[in-house]
Design a protein around this ligand. Structure first.
Ligand SMILES: Nc1ncnc2c1ncn2[C@@H]1O[C@H](COP(=O)(O)OP(=O)(O)O)[C@@H](O)[C@H]1O
Ligand SMILES: [Mg+2]
Length: 343
């Protein structure tokens, strides 16, 4: 057989847990996250600030030190292309980052070097993985063109401060995809951009994903962005996955009250399908030095049952749901909503 099996898992995370020791106790940032990403698949990860979205990807990339503190992986396994990443040394992880796994973070101003031209920085991403200088310089121009920057010859000689926010984010994307990675991890890459520029960057990513055939993990706190880019959505809260599945299933056959809360707080038509008035989720995310013993969302969930406060619900297939639609909940959201509507 010469055809490649695109359903083979590219990334397999099992029971990943990350803690930060602090004087007030360990911050339990990630608490047993497990999921699989297929080659070419786009996964959107959503959740409010502090849900553990960034920390879990920093952990798998070997970049926890970038968060400060003494964050450490306390358990779990991360296999990328069949190879275990946890426990690999820094040179091995560095070789993987950029070449096989590209990353794009939120703030291009702090990620780009202010004293190097944009062309030099893209070329550097290539030479650091072994491409010769002349070829890297040529390829940098192609990449600028690919991410939609006009007059690449001229713009390559500019410094980051000479670019707008949206254009800087395109430069970051060019660096992220420079080595044509199998997986691109983008952590809130459009959060700082205005809506129009955000839409342009999303268009660009949809286009690049097809051209390069790469898988993507797209992290955002915005359900609307997920709908625009992902095939699979995963909702995180309190360092756990509360719901996961095909975007259509999770949006239209929602089974977790937290997911519903995120959808109801969406502005515009997308949110209107889920609410009668604009709402935001009442209450505060938990103190992760003392996470609730059961379902982390129970204290904010009006549908919580006594069991929700005592025992962590497992993430399991929705029995009458779409294949791959998983939920962690002791309550039956559809029944609870129907009862509420009847009352
Ligand atoms: N250096 C650190 N020391 C202590 N706690 C941290 C540190 N970095 C992150 N955390 C905690 O880890 C949790 C998850 O954070 P994060 O993954 O950044 O959330 P998200 O990306 O979903 O907004 C939060 O409770 C955050 O306060
Ligand atoms: Mg984050």
């Amino acid at each position: 057989m010469t055809t490649k099996d695109t359903t083979a898992p590219l990334l397999e995370i099992r029971d990943l847990a990350v803690h930060f020791p602090t004087p007030g106790g360990a911050v339990r940032a990630v608490n047993g996250v497990s999921y699989t990403l297929r080659a070419g698949e786009t996964l959107g990860i959503v959740g409010e600030s502090g849900s553990g979205k960034s920390v879990h990807v920093l952990a798998l990339l070997g970049l926890l030190a970038a968060r400060g503190g003494a964050g450490a992986i306390v358990s779990g396994s991360v296999r990328f292309e069949g190879q275990e990443l946890i426990g690999r040394d820094e040179p091995a992880l560095r070789a993987l980052r950029g070449r096989r796994i590209g990353v794009v973070f939120q703030d291009p101003m702090s990620s780009l070097n202010p004293v190097l031209t944009v062309g030099e920085q893209i070329a550097e991403a290539l030479t650091s993985h072994g491409l010769g200088r002349a070829a890297a310089t040529r390829r940098a121009l192609e990449l600028l063109e690919l991410v939609g920057i006009r007059e690449p010859q001229r713009r390559a000689r500019d410094y980051p401060h000479q670019f707008s926010g949206g254009m800087r984010q395109r430069v970051m994307i060019a660096i992220g995809i420079a080595c044509e990675p199998k997986l691109l991890i983008a952590d809130e890459p459009t959060t700082a951009l205005d809506v129009t520029v955000q839409a342009q960057v999303l268009d660009l990513m949809r286009d690049l994903r097809k051209k390069l055939g790469m898988a993507m993990i797209w992290i955002t706190h915005d359900m609307g962005v997920v709908a625009g880019i992902a095939e699979t959505v995963q909702v995180m809260y309190g360092g756990r996955i509360l719901e996961r599945g095909p975007v259509r299933a999770v949006f239209h056959d929602t089974r977790n009250a937290y997911t519903l809360g995120l959808l109801q707080s969406l502005p515009g038509a997308a949110g209107a399908a889920h609410r009668s008035r604009l709402t935001s989720i009442p209450g505060q995310p938990p103190d992760m030095t003392r996470p609730p013993p059961g379902d982390p969302f129970a204290p904010r969930n009006r549908f919580a049952t006594p069991r929700c406060f005592e025992e962590v619900p497992p993430l399991a297939q929705v029995p009458d749901g779409a294949p791959g639609h998983l939920v962690a909940a002791w309550y039956d959201l559809r029944a609870a909503l129907a009862a509420e509507a009847a009352a």
